[in-house]
Design a protein around this ligand. Structure first.
Ligand SMILES: Cc1cc2nc3c(=O)[nH]c(=O)nc-3n(C[C@H](O)[C@H](O)[C@H](O)COP(=O)(O)OP(=O)(O)OC[C@H]3O[C@@H](n4cnc5c(N)ncnc54)[C@H](O)[C@@H]3O)c2cc1C
Length: 455
C-alpha cells in the first residue's frame, strides 16, 4: 500500500484524510499544532473554558462540524500532532517532535500547510505590543487572552473587522479599525465579491456592528507611526482627508491579508509563478492540486481561498491521489468540488482588490524603518546596497549582501515588503524583483534537532 502523508490538519488536510480513508488508505496526518483544526478553526488549549460558539458566531456550526468529523477519523488515520515538517529531501520528510528529529519516507505527499499574515512595516512596528493580526487571533482562540486592553486594528484585510469583533465580544476595547484601502476600491470589487454573497454580508455586518458600537472605522488611511516608550502607546495615521489622527492604544494588530505557506511545496519540487492580482508567488498546480509527481497541494497553502475552499480543495487533492493510484472517483463528484473552489478563489481575488496590498505606501517608507526584524536590517540599508555600482536588483542577491531575510523566519515576514522595496527602487514590474527562495528549516528549530541530537 502506498505511503501517503498529509502535512496540515486544518480544513484542507482533514478533508483529504477523510476521503483517503474512505478509499481504503490509512494516511499519516501530521501537524505542528497540538490540536487539529488549523488556523481559522483553532481550538482552545485543553482545560480552557472558552465560549467558542459565541466567538465563532455565524461560523460556529461549521467549526463544530469540522471538529466532529476530525474526532470520527482521529484513530482511523495515523495522526501525529505536535510534529513539525521542516524540510524535504526527495521522498523523505524531515520532522521534529518534542525536540527530537526523525525522518519519514512517503510515496505521495499532500501539503495542506495553510497561510500566514502578510505584513507591511511602518515606523515603530518593532515595539512590544505590535502583533500580527493572526497572532492576535491565536492569543484569543488558543490561550483566551487579549494582546492588549485597548487594541488598534491596522492593515488591509477582511479579517481586521472579524478579529476586532471577536475581541469586542469578549470585552476588549477597540481603539480603531483602520484600513489602508479606500472604500471606492471595495465598491469596484463588488462583482467579484458577489461570488460569495453570504461571506460578503457577514463582513459588512462586522463593520456595521463596530460602527454602531462607536468604534472608529477608517478606510484609505496612510499609517504614519506606532509610538510609545518601550511599549505601544499611540497609533498615528493620516486619514483620507489628509488630517493626522492619533489613537491611544496598548496593542496593535497588523495584517495585510494572507500569504500561502509555500516553502515545503517549493522544496518538494513545485514551481511557483507570480500572481499580479495577489502580488504573491503561488505554486502552480492542475485543477486537482497536483504540483509534481506524487505531490499534491490543498487549501490556503496552494492559493488563498478561505476555509470552505480549503475543505473542497483538500477533497480534490485526495481525489487526485486516488485517481493516480487507479481508484478514480465519479467525475460528477469532483466537478462540483472544482466549481466550488474556483468560485471561492475568484471571491478571494475580489478581496485582494478590495483590501489591496499597499505597494506605494511601502515603497515610500523612510530609510530608518526596520524591514527585517530577525537581522535588524533597515530599509535604508537595502537602498544603499542597491545604489552601489553593480548593486543587486534581485531579492536573493539583496539578501546575500544585506542579510535581509536571512534570520530565523527565513524571510517569511519581511519577504513581501522586501520585494516591493526592491521593485520600487528600480521601477521593476511584476516578477522582475524575484522571490526569496524557500530554504530548510522552513520554520525555526533547535540546531540540535537539525543534526539529529535529542534535546
Ligand atoms: C492566523 C490565522 C487566523 C485566521 N483566522 C481566520 C478566521 O478567524 N476566520 C476565517 O474565516 N479565516 C481565518 N483565517 C483563514 C483560514 O484559516 C483559512 O482560510 C483556512 O483555515 C484554511 O484552511 P487550510 O486547511 O488550508 O489551512 P490551515 O487551517 O491554516 O491549516 C494548516 C495547518 O498546517 C499546519 N502546518 C503548516 N505548516 C506546517 C509544517 N511545516 N509542519 C507541520 N504542520 C504544519 C498548521 O499548524 C495548520 O494547523 C486565518 C488564517 C490565519 C493564518
Amino acid at each position: 500500500m502506498a505511503a501517503i502523508v498529509i502535512v496540515g490538519a486544518g480544513p484542507a488536510g482533514i478533508n483529504a484524510a477523510e476521503l483517503l480513508l474512505a478509499g481504503g488508505h490509512r494516511p499519516i496526518l501530521l501537524d505542528e499544532g497540538r490540536q487539529a483544526g488549523g488556523q481559522g478553526y483553532r481550538r482552545p488549549s485543553p482545560g480552557l473554558a472558552l465560549d467558542m460558539a459565541t466567538l465563532m458566531g455565524s461560523e460556529a456550526a461549521k467549526y463544530a462540524a469540522l471538529h466532529a468529523r476530525f474526532e470520527a477519523l482521529r484513530t482511523a488515520v495515523d495522526y501525529r500532532p505536535g510534529t513539525l515538517a521542516w524540510g524535504i529531501d526527495g521522498k523523505t520528510l524531515h520532522l521534529v517532535r518534542d525536540g527530537v528529529a526523525t525522518m519519514l519516507s512517503f510515496d505521495m505527499l499532500v501539503l495542506a500547510t495553510g497561510a500566514m499574515d502578510r505584513i507591511a512595516p511602518l515606523p515603530g512596528w518593532t515595539l512590544p505590543g505590535v502583533f500580527t493580526l493572526g497572532g492576535a487571533q491565536v492569543a484569543l482562540k488558543d490561550q483566551g487572552c487579549f494582546i492588549g486592553r485597548r487594541v488598534a486594528f491596522l492593515g488591509s484585510s477582511p479579517l481586521l473587522a472579524l478579529a476586532a469583533s471577536q475581541y469586542r465580544k469578549l470585552g476588549a476595547e477597540i481603539a480603531v479599525i483602520a484600513d489602508t484601502t479606500p472604500f471606492s476600491r471595495k465598491l469596484a470589487a463588488l462583482p467579484a465579491l458577489m461570488n460569495a454573497p453570504r461571506t460578503l454580508l457577514r463582513g459588512l455586518a462586522y463593520l456595521g456592528d463596530a460602527m454602531r458600537a462607536g468604534v472608529p472605522v477608517l478606510h484609505g488611511v496612510t499609517p504614519l507611526a506606532i509610538e510609545g516608550h518601550r511599549h505601544v502607546e499611540t497609533l498615528v495615521l493620516r486619514d483620507r482627508s489628509g488630517r493626522e489622527r492619533r489613537f491611544a492604544c496598548d496593542a496593535v494588530a497588523l495584517g495585510y491579508g494572507l500569504k500561502p505557506e509555500t516553502q515545503l511545496a517549493e522544496l518538494a519540487g513545485a514551481q511557483l509563478s507570480y500572481d499580479e492580482r495577489f502580488r504573491l508567488w503561488l505554486p502552480q498546480t492542475d485543477a486537482y492540486g497536483r504540483a509534481a509527481p506524487g505531490l499534491y497541494l490543498a487549501g490556503d497553502g496552494a492559493a488563498i481561498g478561505g476555509a470552505d475552499a480549503a475543505e473542497a480543495s483538500g477533497a480534490l487533492a485526495a481525489h487526485a491521489v486516488l485517481a493516480d493510484l487507479g481508484q478514480a472517483r465519479p467525475l460528477a463528484e469532483t466537478r462540483a468540488r472544482h466549481r466550488r473552489v474556483t468560485r471561492l478563489r475568484n471571491f478571494q481575488a475580489g478581496l485582494a482588490r478590495a483590501f489591496a496590498w499597499p505597494v506605494e505606501q511601502i515603497r515610500a517608507l523612510p530609510d530608518d524603518v526596520i524591514l527585517c526584524r530577525c537581522e535588524n536590517v533597515s530599509i535604508g540599508e537595502i537602498r544603499q546596497a542597491m545604489a552601489q555600482a553593480l548593486g543587486p536588483i534581485e531579492v536573493n542577491r539583496v539578501k546575500a549582501m544585506t542579510r535581509c531575510g536571512m534570520g530565523r523566519c527565513q524571510g517569511r515576514v519581511c519577504g513581501p515588503a522586501l520585494q516591493e522595496i526592491v521593485a520600487g527602487e528600480r521601477a521593476l514590474v511584476g516578477a522582475a524583483a524575484g522571490r526569496l527562495r524557500g530554504q530548510a528549516p522552513v520554520k525555526p528549530i533547535a540546531l540540535a534537532s537539525a543534526v539529529g541530537e535529542a534535546p
